[in-house]
Ligand binder design. Structure first.
Ligand SMILES: Cc1cc2nc3c(=O)[nH]c(=O)nc-3n(C[C@H](O)[C@H](O)[C@H](O)COP(=O)(O)OP(=O)(O)OC[C@H]3O[C@@H](n4cnc5c(N)ncnc54)[C@H](O)[C@@H]3O)c2cc1C
Length: 499
């Protein structure tokens, strides 16, 4: 599967589907305030730090626009009658959830599960909001609910890429938003004007913001009375005046070549602090403001969090499949694949990967229907797998490292070494493996290093630990969703046993 050949990026999409070429064209417009290495980036699509990842995202749009994949990748918009991304479909049946998984899986296979906040992620949250718009109507009022409904339909019908920043900057976690040294360190509403809200402050850790069209800015941290200014949900275009995207260092920058760092160079989706210097948000882009109840309810009283993380877990399952494939390939290359303890260890890893994959399907199997006919992925199944992810992911990486020995390290400094006739003979003699040329061996092991050991890999390990929030919070979600009724009933039954 070629994920990067530019000629695969078609020019126009049938039936109005967004194509990779259209996406890249928009991304090269010099209108957003993205900063990298001390400089304002004028052309995100072609900047050396971003061009690989930008093309990977463009490729996603091309996959979705491929008429041969129409049934997998799209459904029909109820408003336009045209095909739109399936991640915007409100699930009514288990088949709808399975179809959503199939779409997400197709995309994640093209990124090997290495891009978390692709356009299907926040789309799943918006879909969750729209399916339960009554929560917005009740807690804020119909006009705000309608803003959200219109936005959902717009993002869906215009194939928009929305990222989100929903966690306040760390600064000082021992103090609440309004107790910080400045009341507008955490993003907050400064004032209301006829034209809209003025927002000041920062929010983190907007993965994909550099590449997206809009950032949904809100807060997932529980807020208390006194923190009303921080309780809002707004959609901000990345080119809004005063909106700045301070990206972390790009790991593509240190990737010496695509051959040596095949993943860092293609899939670094970037994380960023977004800073709002009195950004004006027009009223139609405001879902709610000064509303602590709705700020919390959007995550937990709608299926947004469940659908968004069903997407995230589908991605993780693909990534684990990729890890399993590379682990097996590495053991074949080192010749250890026939050793019983090695087989046993790979078997144990395969068991965990299978559990994760099956737990995604359990979210569908045990899904529950709400009073408006929307099917929510089972939250018990979802949070169970999220709660163990923080420990399981590093455990699997550790097992893969153990099996690899020094193989991922003992590779030529660059694939270019093979072009030097003075050393090529030695490399071919001492770096090969049975069934693999030296170049094949080096390519596979460099791939493994980029998944397990490079700086890009280190960021990924942190991502899997934190993308769903700090682990103590994820475990609390599990606590809230476990069926303790059945569990304690057993205790009561045991206590009522008579002689
Ligand atoms: C690579 C990456 C990508 C991300 N992408 C996004 C994104 O796209 N959008 C977005 O909005 N957010 C994103 N996140 C941010 C993520 O939501 C936060 O990093 C996460 O919620 C943790 O918050 P924090 O970093 O402020 O850690 P903190 O809240 O400061 O917590 C740090 C650690 O302190 C300890 N701790 C703190 N309080 C307690 C407590 N009460 N009990 C026990 N232990 C405690 C825990 O060990 C905890 O893990 C991303 C994070 C990472 C690492």
């Amino acid at each position: 599967m070629d994920t990067h050949s530019p000629d695969l990026l078609s020019k126009t999409g049938l039936d109005g589907m967004r194509t990779g070429a259209e996406y890249l064209r928009k991304l090269s417009e010099p209108d957003r305030n993205v900063y990298q290495n001390g400089e304002l980036v004028r052309d995100v699509a072609n900047h050396p730090s971003y061009r690989g990842a930008a093309r990977s995202i463009a490729r996603l749009y091309d996959i979705a626009a491929d008429p041969a994949l129409r049934d997998v990748m799209t459904f029909t918009s109820p408003d336009t009658g045209k095909p739109v991304l399936r991640c915007y479909q409100i699930p009514k049946t288990k088949q709808d959830l399975a179809d959503r998984r199939a779409m997400v899986t197709r995309w994640t296979e093209s990124t090997f599960g290495l891009m978390g906040r692709t356009p299907d992620h926040v789309a799943s949250f918006l879909t969750g909001y729209a399916s339960k718009a009554s929560v917005f109507d009740q807690l804020a009022g119909k006009e705000w609910g309608d803003n959200m409904r219109r936005w959902y339909a717009r993002a869906r019908d215009e194939h928009l890429y929305v990222s989100y920043a929903i966690v306040p900057p760390q600064i000082n976690r021992s103090k609440r938003a309004h107790e910080q040294s400045d009341p507008y360190l955490h993003a907050g509403v400064v004032r209301e004007t006829d034209a809209g809200l003025i927002i000041r402050g920062a929010q983190q850790l907007a993965t994909g913001a550099v590449f997206s069209d809009y950032v949904y800015v809100s807060c997932i941290h529980p807020l208390q009375a006194g923190e009303e200014a921080y309780a809002f949900g707004v959609m901000i275009p990345v080119n809004a005046p005063g909106f700045k995207i301070y990206a972390r260092r790009s790991y593509a920058d240190t990737a010496s070549s695509m051959d040596d760092y095949p993943l860092s160079s293609r899939f670094d989706e970037m994380d960023a602090l977004v800073v709002m210097n009195d950004v004006l948000v027009p009223w139609e882009d405001v879902f709610f403001y000064r509303n602590i109840a709705l700020c919390a309810a959007q995550w937990w009283q709608t299926p947004a969090h469940a659908l968004g993380n069903h997407q995230a877990q589908t991605r993780w399952a693909t990534k684990l499949r990729f890890l399993m494939g590379l682990t097996k390939r590495t053991a074949e290359i080192t010749g250890n694949i026939g050793v019983p303890p090695v087989i046993s260890q790979i078997g144990e890893m395969a068991a965990y990967a299978t559990i994760v994959e099956n737990m995604v399907q359990m979210q569908e199997y045990n899904a529950t229907l709400d009073d408006e006919g929307t099917l929510w992925p089972s939250r018990a199944a979802l949070y169970a797998v999220m709660a163990i992810q923080t420990d399981l992911n590093p455990k699997l990486l550790n097992m893969a490292r153990e099996l690899a020995g020094g193989s991922m390290i003992m590779v030529p400094s660059s694939m270019r070494d093979f072009d030097n006739p003075e050393i090529a003979a030695d490399l071919e003699r001492y770096i090969c493996s049975p069934g693999y040329t030296a170049q094949q061996r080096a390519a596979a092991l460099k791939l493994a290093w980029d998944l397990i050991g490079s700086e890009f890999a280190g960021r990924h390990e942190q991502y899997e630990k934190f993308y769903g929030g700090a682990s103590h919070l994820v475990r609390m979600n599990m606590f809230r969703n476990y069926d303790f009724g059945r569990a304690t009933a057993l205790v009561d039954q045991a206590l009522s046993l008579k002689d």
